[in-house]
Design a protein around this ligand. Structure first.
Ligand code: CA
Length: 223
């Protein structure tokens, strides 16, 4: 899951970045509204964490503008502005959640998971698919009730495919959800992760749709 963090306080940003990366999120950090807007044009993000007091623009103005451009990713405002009027203004501008500073990183991660769950239309926490389960908050995977050990990138890849069942995701989209904008990515990296997922979960678990990309398939049967 690829998150855009927009925060000009570098200490807070570093804490959030490190905490969310430990939880398996891919995070890009921008300290200015203009840079954030550019990042949103360049990459695909599953959610945005937005500080309101930014050096070049108020975060609410940025939020209003990107909603006007039709960008509908979940947005969580992170702010020290604690009056009811200000929170309501944030929600009116198109925020999905509002967390007050100071905050606990675990709460931030839990709220992000809940936003992502809602935006993918799931009502329960656990994603289940033909005997395969994936828990987005612990990133635990089981197949026919047996735990399966996946690397961080394999988990991210499986998560992207499971969150969009029936949809074909291009190699570029998959790459976007696994890697940050600045990460150097080997051209065959996605293929390697797909190969490993098939090895661990069955050759049909990732379906190749020729010329278009990939979608989730059916894992192997119980032995
Ligand atoms: Ca700030």
């Amino acid at each position: 899951m690829h998150v855009l963090l927009v925060e000009d306080d570098l200490l807070i940003a570093q804490g959030v970045l490190a905490g969310l990366q430990l939880q398996g999120f891919t995070v890009d950090h921008m300290a200015h509204a203009a840079a954030a807007e550019q990042a949103l044009q360049l990459g695909h993000f599953d959610a945005m964490i937005l500080d309101l007091g930014l050096p070049d623009e108020d975060g609410l103005q940025l939020l209003t503008r990107i909603r006007g451009q039709g960008k509908d990713l979940p947005v969580l405002i992170l702010s020290a502005r604690d009056s009811v009027v200000q929170r309501v203004a944030g929600l009116h501008a198109g925020a999905d959640d509002y967390l007050l500073k100071p905050f606990d990183l675990r709460e931030l991660a839990a709220r992000l998971h809940s936003l992502l769950r809602r935006s993918s239309g799931r009502s329960t926490h656990l994603i289940e698919h033909h005997g395969l389960t994936f828990d987005p908050s612990t990133r635990e995977v089981t197949l026919h009730e047996q735990p399966v050990i996946l690397s961080r990138r394999e988990q991210a890849l499986l998560s992207a495919l499971l969150q969009n069942p029936g949809q074909i995701l291009s190699a570029e989209q998959l790459q976007d959800s696994l890697y940050g904008l600045g990460d150097g990515v080997e051209s065959n990296a996605i293929n390697v992760h797909i190969y490993n997922l098939r090895r661990k979960l069955g050759s049909d678990v990732v379906k190749t749709v020729r010329g278009l990309g990939y979608r989730i398939g059916v894992p192997h049967e119980p032995a």
